[in-house]
Design a protein around this ligand. Structure first.
Ligand code: GLA
Length: 384
């Protein structure tokens, strides 16, 4: 990948790049749709990354080439505008964030390429945002910290991209560490690194191979339902800042006349936060057998209470239920497509993966894909 972006930079711009940036995608073991609800998440950065080659130029434009899409764009840095291209809008949105901070942009040439499967729920868009922000930061020497870059991406998603997301993906891409999971409390941003010890089990991802779009998929709808819940909770207690500060009893009492969908969303978030705590404790004490049930419970809540799953994800999870060497499975990420995350007995991964892929194909006529991921370092600048 490194040679690929270096060579493609040379081909497009007829000179060498000054430096590279590598920004990873992420998995999330548990804690789904809790980040924008002030809750807990348990993600990790992976070895599938987006790679960028950058160099300054002396003009007032930014040139970007998306190697995998074979698309080139020129951005007028003095007149940043929304475009018809989603990947380009992520970049323009971030450039606006730099400007909003009063930072002066420098002309630049850039190419990027990725081995993170697109639309698989492994956060290729956060890798694009974090990698680009880190590259631009390096070019202008602003020395932004990780949290500043997370806030810029988050703000750009909300205001420019119309994605009402949380901070889990950008956080994982920037703060990831080799062989460590990150337990993050999204309300106060406290976090810690946890060893991942799954004994003789391996993390395997199965991709439904359906393409999803946050904006059109109902993601924003869930975020706005949760805003509504927050407001309803605040009528009773103005101190409450998010659903994660409520508990089941409160929802039963305060929410007795709420519509069922709001009760279900709130109860899911409250239960999912508890599962994150339980999961991290169980993993710490090496009792891996108990992890599987937590994954299945999480999926059940995402399917029936939060309603962000889809038949294809449900099928991939259901196909694992009778296989005793699969500890547990659940949908991962925003939902409505993307991947499931599975814990499978290491010496049975290949055979079980093949079986599930062929049962999925028989049932739906779609080729699913599987990935083994390594838990890896967060984003960084690579100098020559
Ligand atoms: C997407 C969003 C994250 C998070 C997850 C669901 O990946 O980008 O912020 O909300 O969905 O947990």
């Amino acid at each position: 990948m490194i040679d690929k972006v270096k060579n493609s930079f040379k081909k497009i711009y007829a000179r060498e790049a000054d430096f590279l940036v590598k920004a990873p995608g992420r998995i999330n073991l548990i804690g789904e749709h809790t980040d924008y609800n002030g809750g807990l998440v348990f993600p990790a950065a992976i070895d599938k990354c987006m790679y960028f080659a950058f160099a300054k130029n002396d003009s007032k434009v930014g040139n970007v080439y998306a190697v995998d899409l074979e698309e080139k764009a020129t951005i007028d840095l003095e007149d940043l505008q929304k475009t018809n291209s989603i990947w380009l809008n992520y970049i323009v949105g971030l450039l606006l964030e730099f400007q909003n901070k009063g930072l002066e942009l420098n002309g630049f040439d850039c190419v990027f390429s990725s081995d993170i499967p697109m639309g698989a729920g492994m956060s290729s868009s956060a890798a694009l945002e974090c990698g680009f922000a880190m590259g631009m930061d390096h070019i202008i020497g602003a020395d932004l910290g990780n949290w500043e870059m997370i806030d810029m991406s988050h703000h750009s998603n909300h205001t420019f991209m119309n994605i009402q997301g949380g901070i889990m993906d950008q956080f994982s891409s920037l703060f990831g560490k080799k062989d460590k999971c990150l337990l993050l409390n999204c309300s106060d941003r406290s976090f810690g690194y946890h060893d991942i010890d799954l004994k003789d089990y391996t993390i395997v991802l199965f991709n439904t191979n359906l393409k999803h779009e946050h904006t059109s998929s109902g993601y924003n709808n869930r975020a706005s339902e949760c805003k509504q819940i927050e407001e309803l909770l605040q009528v009773h207690d103005p101190q409450i800042k998010s659903i994660s500060e409520a508990n089941e009893d409160m929802i039963e009492k305060i929410g007795s006349d709420w519509p069922q969908n709001l009760k279900d969303r709130a109860n899911f978030v409250i239960a999912e936060n508890k599962r994150v705590v339980a999961f991290s404790k169980v993993m710490k004490h090496g009792n891996v057998d108990a992890l599987g049930e937590l994954l299945y419970q999480s999926h059940h809540g995402l399917q029936h209470l939060y309603k962000v799953s889809c038949p294809e994800l449900d099928l991939l999870v259901d196909l694992t239920r009778d296989i005793k060497e699969v500890l547990g499975a659940r949908m991962m990420g925003g939902g409505f497509g993307g991947c499931t995350i599975n814990l499978i007995k290491s010496d049975r991964v290949e055979a079980i993966t093949q079986d599930i892929m062929s049962m999925y194909k028989d049932a739906l006529g779609i080729d699913a894909e599987s990935y083994l991921v390594k838990i890896s370092e967060g984003a960084k600048v690579l100098l020559f």
